[in-house]
Design a protein around this ligand. Structure first.
Ligand SMILES: [Zn+2]
Length: 210
């Protein structure tokens, strides 16, 4: 094959490939942004702070489904700290618990800086992990992240409202980054919370990398 023939054939093949793909997807412009297509499948889950096993850190604040009188609700996640560190854990790295895609990375008036990741599990389902009160955001919406990649740092929430800790959730549904189990000030009951949220530590322990 001559170079001249290549100059004709290569663009044609590319054109066919691209048009074929958009026909298959049927989404037109959405093709390159279709989350179900671009999210890599996980290869297991690690803890979001400390080492892969969460060593050196503990849930010293509210645990999963503890009653939180300050927010009048069942706490839908876990508050991770270095025990005894006070605000000394501010600025510590926060890691993606698994391969995934950044769905939200930004500010919220109630939670401060928040990151929401979407993960495709081995059985083809999706779950979401949410990291709140962050000091720094190291990733942007649409980015793909790897398990154990640093995505931000531990912070104190809006106007340093809290002592430094990571508020961490795992969700079964694609909720807004600032979703909270309460409607018009009325807390959801535990049964309803469990339809949308998972026990983070329990889930991670059951799904460690092989
Ligand atoms: Zn919390």
């Amino acid at each position: 094959m001559t170079y001249r023939q290549l100059w004709v054939i290569v663009p044609m093949v590319l054109l066919l490939y691209l048009s074929g793909c958009s026909v298959l997807q049927g989404d037109g412009d959405d093709f390159f942004y279709d989350p179900s297509q671009s999210i890599p499948t996980v290869d297991g889950f690690d803890f979001p702070v400390g080492d892969r096993d969460g060593q050196g850190w503990g849930i010293t604040g509210y645990g999963f489904l503890d009653w939180s009188s300050s927010s009048n609700s069942w706490h839908p996640g876990e508050d991770w700290n270095i025990p005894g560190a006070g605000n000394g854990d501010q600025g510590e790295p926060v890691y993606a618990i698994a391969h995934g895609k950044v769905i939200f990375s930004g500010w919220n008036s109630a939670l401060g800086n928040v990151i929401l990741l979407q993960h495709k599990t081995l059985d083809g389902n999706f779950i979401w992990s949410q990291y709140a009160h962050l000091d720094r955001l190291d990733v942007s919406k649409g980015e793909l992240v790897q398990r154990r990649q640093q995505i931000g740092t531990v912070g104190r929430g809006p106007n340093n409202r809290y002592s430094a800790h990571l508020h961490f959730e795992i969700r079964k549904h694609n909720l807004a980054a600032n979703a909270w189990p309460r409607t018009n000030g009325v807390p959801w009951d535990k049964g309803k919370v469990l339809k949308y949220w998972l026990n983070p530590s329990e889930f991670i322990k059951q799904n460690r990398p092989q």
